[in-house]
Write a protein that binds this ligand. Structure first.
Ligand code: UDP
Length: 322
């Protein structure tokens, strides 16, 4: 049985569905502070906080072999405003989970990490061995969590894979689950809000970055690609007695303006675009070198930007009832 923390959230629910389709038994643990119970319909569901001592009850009830840990806060902007909230939930509460895993002899762990651990990288595409210099509390909270896992693995009888996601986007092709944050802060769903008429315009946060068109460049990866990478990483942990760290991205960068153009193309709608100030904590360019996971696990992403935006648009139309 695999324990999926945060399995009622965006990336966790897509991975839980993929695990189920691949024949794995799962138990989702989610306190529903961000997730939706309807997103956790595959396998078992338990309403617990992963930072709570009561989480032991889940380990008593189910025979857990490994943990996929998605539950976390993930807004860069909010982390700048409320750093303690991020360090407490993303770091301290993960230590609680690790302690309970140790007590029950559960030795396989996959962390949802992030490209935000790199900060403003020295070179792009970014390889996993680049120095980690996070420039916002969100990235920092994941960086110290990776360090805690590294130390835990050094003690023995425990292995982990840290998956550093670049920009997760897109939705389930069956439209059963999708991206539904409240409040929404991510670029693609916000642009689609403008396309569908839920907001008057989309604001570009800064046009004076060190990029060809002045707007930030990111590497967008389909959430189903992230899901299949988790399964590959879990199988690796089952086969090999070692830990590892991998980037998960497409290796292709798109600027904010290019994302807006792709959304206009896919939706066939036009909308107003305005220029706003920079958002604090945003690096200029984040593009993955994802060749390590391809070389070591044989995994590579399948879906391109147009497919990402099309799947997100289909979901967006469904949830907005149009
Ligand atoms: N962004 C923007 N307008 C918005 C939301 C986001 O210009 O309304 C920019 C943001 O500053 C960043 C990029 O879009 O450069 C991607 O932001 P998002 O929040 O989707 O992901 P992040 O890279 O922060 O994880």
């Amino acid at each position: 049985m695999i324990l999926v923390t945060g399995g009622a959230g965006y990336i966790g629910s897509h991975t839980n569905k993929a695990l189920h389709n691949a024949g794995y038994d799962t138990v989702v643990v989610d306190n529903l502070c961000k997730g939706y119970e309807t997103f956790a319909k595959w396998g078992n569901f338990e309403d617990y906080d992963f930072g709570s001592k009561d989480l032991r009850e889940v380990f008593e009830k189910y025979d857990i072999d490994g943990v996929l840990h998605f539950a976390a806060f993930s807004s860069v902007a909010e982390s700048v405003e409320l750093p303690q909230k991020y360090f407490k939930n993303n770091y301290k509460n993960t230590l609680n989970l690790l302690q309970i895993m140790r007590e029950f002899g559960v030795d396989k762990f996959i962390l949802s990490s992030t490209a935000a651990v790199y900060g403003n990288p020295e070179k792009v595409p970014i390889t996993e061995d680049q120095e980690l210099k996070p420039i916002n509390p969100y990235g920092h909270s994941k960086w110290i969590t990776e360090k805690a896992l590294e130390r835990e693995a050094q003690k023995g009888d425990f292995n982990y894979v840290s998956l550093r996601y670049f920009n997760a986007a897109g939705c389930d092709f069956d439209c059963e689950i999708g991206e539904l944050h409240d409040p929404e802060t991510h670029l693609i769903p916000l642009v689609l809000d403008a396309a569908i008429g839920k907001r008057d315009s989309i604001s570009i946060f800064g046009t004076d970055y060190n990029t060809p068109d002045g707007t930030c460049i990111r590497d967008y990866i389909h959430v189903n690609d992230l899901a299949s990478a988790h399964i590959a990483a879990y199988e690796y942990l089952c086969e090999k007695n070692e830990s590892n760290i991998f980037n998960l991205g497409n290796g292709q960068g798109y600027s904010v303006r290019e994302i807006i153009d792709m959304c206009k193309k896919v939706t066939g709608r036009d909308f107003k675009v305005d220029i706003a100030d920079r958002r604090e904590g945003d690096p200029d360019i984040l593009i993955a070198d994802a060749s390590k996971i391809e070389k070591e696990l044989g995994w590579k992403p399948k879906y391109d930007l147009e497919c990402i935006v099309s799947s997100a648009w289909k979901w967006h139309q469904k949830v907005n009832d149009i």
